[in-house]
Each structure stands twice: as C-alpha cells, then as structure tokens.
Design a protein around this ligand. Structure first.
Ligand code: HEC
Ligand code: HEC
Length: 337
C-alpha cells in the first residue's frame, strides 16, 4: 500500500510540472500572438501603426515630437487607405482570361532564370495560387512593400525589388483579373519541398534538406566543381545579406527550436514577434503554410514517423515483459511462502 502512495505523490507532482509549471513558464518567456488564420486584412498593420502614435506622444522634445507624430499619423492614414482599397479590389469579380495577359508582366521577373534581382531571386509562381492568400496577392500587386509590411525600409529614393509592378498593373479590375488567373491556374507540382523553395528558399537555406538559396545542391564529380558551386552560393548569400541586413538563418531544425504559435504568427507577420525585423511578411494561405510546415517538420525531425510507428510495439513489449516478470517472481517466491 505504501508503494502506491509514493507512486501517487510522484505522479501528482510530475503532472503538475508537465501541465502547469512548464506551460506557464513558456507563456511568460514567449508572448502569445493571436493568429490571423492566414487571412490578410491589414488589421495587425493598422494596430501596429496606432501603437507607434502612442509611443510618439511620449517624446519629451517638443520639436522632435511634432515631427515623429506627424509621420506616425500619416503612416496610420496610409495603412488604413491601403487595406481599404485591397478590400475593394477583393470584392470585384475577376476574369481569369483577361488576367492572363497581365500575368506576362509578372513573368518578366518570375521566369525561373535564377537571376538575382535587387537582393533575391524572384520565386517561381507555378504554385502561387495555392501557396498565397487571395487578399495578400491583391495587396502585393498594389504595393509589395506595404503588403509584406516592410514599407518602413523604403523611402522615395529606394525601391522594393518588385516595386515596378505598381506602375505596370494599376486598375482595380486589372488586379482582380490577374489574381483570378493565378488563383485558378492549374497547380504544377506542389510538394512540401517545392512549397518551401517557392516561399522561403530564396532567403533561407535548409542544410538537412540539401538546399541552399540556389536550390538543391547537386552531386559533383570533382572538387573543383564543388568549390565553384560553393562560391556561387556565397556570392548569392552576400547579395541577400546586403538586401536584408543579415543572412537569414538556416531553417533545418527551426521546427524544434520554435513553438507552433511562434512559427505560424511569425510568418503571417514577422513584426508581431520581432519588431523591426527585416523579414517580410509571407502571405501564405492555410494550405500553403501546412505544406511549408510539413517540410520543416521533415528536416527538423526526420525520424518522427519511424518513432511513432515504433511506439505501439515498445508498449506491447513492455506489457509482455511485465507479465513475464510477474510470473517469474511468482515462481521464485512460491516455495518460500
Ligand atoms: C520587377 C520584377 C518583378 C515583377 C514585375 C513582379 N515581381 Fe513578384 N517578386 C519580385 C521579387 C524580386 C520578389 C522577391 C521579393 C522579396 O523577397 O523581398 C518577388 C516576390 C513575389 C512573391 C512572393 C511574395 C512573398 O510574400 O513571399 C509573389 C507571390 C510575387 N512576387 C508575385 C508577383 C505577381 C503576381 C506579379 C505580377 C502581377 C509580380 N510578382 C511581378 C520581382 C517581381
Ligand atoms: C525575403 C527574405 C525572406 C523570406 C522570403 C523568408 N524569410 Fe525568414 N527571415 C528572413 C530574415 C532576414 C530573417 C532574420 C530576421 C531577424 O533576425 O531579424 C528571417 C528569420 C526567420 C526565422 C527566425 C526567427 C527567429 O526566431 O529569430 C524564421 C523561423 C523564419 N525566418 C521563417 C521563414 C519561413 C518559414 C519562410 C517561408 C514561409 C521565410 N522565413 C521566408 C528573411 C526571409
């Protein structure tokens, strides 16, 4: 009976730690950010701009305060106007056939030639209809810097590398048409790895997935070839570093390092988790994120499937082992009683 009491006490404290203390510590160390469920309506961006006004109001130097407050008020008005326009375009009925012609303008840059453009290689758009959210695509074509919430990096003298799209496709109906074309275009070949390469791979390497910013690293016959390739990768990374201010981290095992809530909300709006970060918002759809997440899980925890498959067998083994041990004990003690 005593053993059972000890077991109960140990079990009690273990469970309190597991379900009580640990989650509490986590909630204190990492703030919980509300997910927007992969819908993009600008609410978070507008809230962020409103907070900047509150901060500006606390500046003591009157001259500086007036200037910063002016800029902050203007930013808030810009954000509100921008997302209201996105919502208007979103209500229009797009015509896919009419949008195909405009899509040719996108292909001028997104042609898969692998040429770096202002810091990164434009991603392939074969699967964009399934990877990205509709509202986000509208916003991106209207103004890439605003859509991905990195407009603070661009003033009049510097342009987002996709910035010229603003002057190419301007009429609301034209935007609705091209987005309808992208959304209804047949998906070419969407696997978790392709999703990662399209959405994240131009910036992030994944060593365990054998990916650099130049794609899958091939097998080389000679060391010279391998080194030539390595130099190309380093050159590409230098351009990304210059564009982003730092080299984006390798994402091989990020799935283990960060919680599911962090990953999801960081990708929807990096500023919500790391204010001031240079990583742009990636306007993934729910399905697009699930694909990317599956890839990160695979490279971060490659033995997960095997482990889960093995689990039930380990339990069966222990049940049989316990029964045998019990029978053995009985047979040993039989004569002593
Ligand atoms: C002037 C070249 C150029 C044109 C034209 C252009 N893009 Fe881009 N696009 C880029 C570059 C460069 C990036 C990568 C930007 C970055 O990572 O910061 C990009 C990124 C994207 C992304 C990924 C966005 C994200 O959040 O990850 C999508 C989707 C996209 N473009 C769609 C389009 C569509 C649709 C069109 C046509 C309506 C278009 N682009 C026209 C250069 C261009
Ligand atoms: C245009 C480049 C770019 C793209 C595209 C991009 N990232 Fe990033 N990412 C960055 C940069 C730059 C950082 C470093 C941010 C910092 O430290 O401020 C970063 C950091 C991160 C981090 C680390 C955050 C931390 O814990 O410090 C994660 C996780 C991440 N990115 C995930 C993704 C995923 C997943 C995708 C694709 C869906 C993606 N990123 C697409 C540029 C990019």
């Amino acid at each position: 009976m005593k053993e059972f009491k000890i077991l109960a006490v140990v079990a009690f404290f273990t469970l309190v730690t597991y379900w009580g203390v640990e989650p509490f510590a986590h909630s204190q160390m990492h703030k919980h950010v509300e997910s927007n469920n992969f819908s993009y309506d600008g609410k978070a961006d507008i809230e962020e701009a409103s907070k900047a006004i509150e901060v500006a109001k606390n500046i003591t130097d009157a001259n500086k305060k007036a200037k910063v407050l002016d800029a902050a008020n203007k930013k808030l008005a810009d954000k509100k106007a921008f997302w209201a326009e996105v919502s208007q375009v979103s209500k229009l009925k797009g015509n896919a056939a009419a949008g195909e012609a405009s899509f040719a303008a996108c292909m001028a840059c997104h042609n898969g030639s692998g040429a770096n453009m202002g810091g990164v290689i434009p991603p392939k758009l074969d699967n964009a209809g399934s990877l990205y959210d509709k509202n986000y695509l509208i916003a991106l074509i209207k103004d890439p810097a605003m859509a991905s919430n990195v407009d603070h990096k661009y003033d009049n003298t510097m342009m987002h590398p996709m910035g010229t799209v603003k002057t190419m496709i301007t009429a609301p109906q034209q935007i609705a048409d091209v987005v309808e074309f992208i959304k209804t275009k047949k998906v070419v070949k969407l696997t978790p790895q392709v999703a990662f390469e399209d959405a994240c791979g131009r910036c992030h390497a994944n060593r365990y997935g054998n990916l650099t910013q130049l794609g899958t690293t091939p097998k080389f016959k000679t060391e010279q070839e391998a080194l030539t390739h390595r130099v190309k990768v380093l050159d590409e990374q230098d351009k990304i570093k210059a564009y982003m201010g730092k080299l984006p981290p390798d994402l091989s095992i990020i799935d283990r390092a960060r919680s599911a809530n962090f990953m999801e909300t960081f990708i929807q709006d990096p500023q919500s988790q790391l204010p001031g970060t240079s990583m742009p918002r990636v306007g993934l759809s729910k399905d697009g994120y699930a694909m990317v997440q599956a890839y990160l899980e695979k490279t971060g925890d490659p033995s997960k499937e095997a482990r889960h498959a093995l689990g039930p067998w380990v339990i069966v083994f222990f049940i049989i082992f316990t029964m045998l041990a019990y029978l053995w004990k009985k047979s040993q003690w039989k004569d002593l009683h």
